[in-house]
Design a protein around this ligand. Structure first.
Ligand code: ASP
Length: 331
């Protein structure tokens, strides 16, 4: 059992101030359709992920472990589009992408188009730590994860009635040739985390089911380093959510790092500029980013983004749309 975090411990013992930010995707349920119990459940899910990740940092652990724990918690929660609760391809299958990167040595690992590992983020981490590859896809990635003794689940574990209904709605719409009026929640989502530990190391992790009714074989921005996921101790850690194709074409995450390194922008300026530019090219969504110092930034151009953060004071901040953050102490 971890003892309660001490703010004094964190500030006195380190040169860097630990921080963690998470997102549960830009595919939010519209404000008017989100009843009190659904709102409470999403906040609770975000807080559980913040708690899992911040427990690592408060105990003096590594940013890499903090983002792993936070993303695993979100993957296990069927409310979010990653692992359990992932969206379906147009063929009624599940194909998940995940990526993890640490900013010290710029080590990175990712998987794409897999269904099997209970926590795809652990498969991505295994690629980083136990293979010479950076990105493994499909059957090869699944075989590798099996060889690493990761826990596997049948497809039924990941399936939820809500995501099946979203697939049926979209296939019916296409068959009828109707315009796309679906909510963001029926379309897409992702989960992600960025962290900074007391040693000043940054890390990012992202995991997703992708876009509802996507083409089989389609891979989004999540496992593409520099697009949906990125970490570099010299600049920042970033995890994105939104229209993956646009985030890939505009290398969203590494553009933020480049603005910090070469254009002298602040993290907030860089992240806001990239999110605004993505929108002008049809890329709706958002991102979380954390720099070498200061608090995280969590901009989005969509109607909402499930999100949260915690810094050395241990207050868990969570929000869904453009309202004020809800605050709760870590313990
Ligand atoms: N970016 C994800 C993808 O394109 C989807 C999302 O974040 O909503 O796969």
């Amino acid at each position: 059992m971890l003892s309660p975090p001490s703010t004094r411990f964190i500030t006195v013992m380190s040169n860097f101030s630990p921080a963690l930010a998470i997102h549960g995707g830009a595919g939010t349920i519209p404000r008017a359709a989100l009843d009190d119990s659904a709102r409470a459940a999403h906040h609770a899910g975000l807080r559980a992920a913040l708690t899992a990740g911040f427990a690592v940092l408060a105990a003096g652990g590594a940013a890499l472990d903090a983002v792993t724990q936070a993303v695993m918690a979100l993957e296990d929660d069927e409310l979010f589009n990653a692992a359990r609760g992932a969206v379906f391809t147009e063929a009624g299958r599940l194909e998940m992408d995940a990526a993890i990167m640490e900013g010290g040595g710029r080590r990175a690992g990712a998987v794409a188009g897999i269904c099997g590992p209970k926590n795809p983020i652990l498969a991505a981490r295994a690629v980083m730590e136990c293979s010479p590859a950076v990105l493994l896809a499909g059957a090869g990635a699944e075989a590798f994860a099996r060889a690493q003794n990761l826990v596997f689940m049948p497809q039924e574990y990941f399936e939820t009635p809500r995501r099946r209904a979203a697939l049926a709605l979209e296939l019916d719409r296409r068959a009828a040739g109707l315009p796309d009026t679906r909510s963001d929640a029926d379309r897409h989502g992702t989960v992600g985390a960025v962290a900074r530990d007391a040693a000043g190391n940054l890390a990012a992790a992202t995991s997703t089911g992708g876009i509802t009714a996507k083409l089989p074989g389609r891979i989004g921005d999540t496992p593409i380093f520099g697009a949906g996921t990125y970490a570099d101790n010299a600049s920042c850690a970033v995890s994105c959510t939104g229209t993956g194709e646009v985030f890939i074409r505009f290398t969203a995450a590494s553009d933020i790092a480049a603005r910090l390194r070469y254009a002298g922008q602040t993290l907030d300026e860089a992240a806001q500029a990239v999110v605004a530019e993505l929108l002008t090219h049809g890329g709706d969504g958002g991102l979380i980013a954390l720099g070498r110092e200061g608090p995280p930034v969590l901009p989005f151009n969509s109607t909402g983004m499930y999100r949260g953060y915690v810094t050395a004071d241990g207050i868990l901040h969570t929000a869904i749309h453009r309202e004020e953050f809800t605050k709760q102490p870590f313990y």
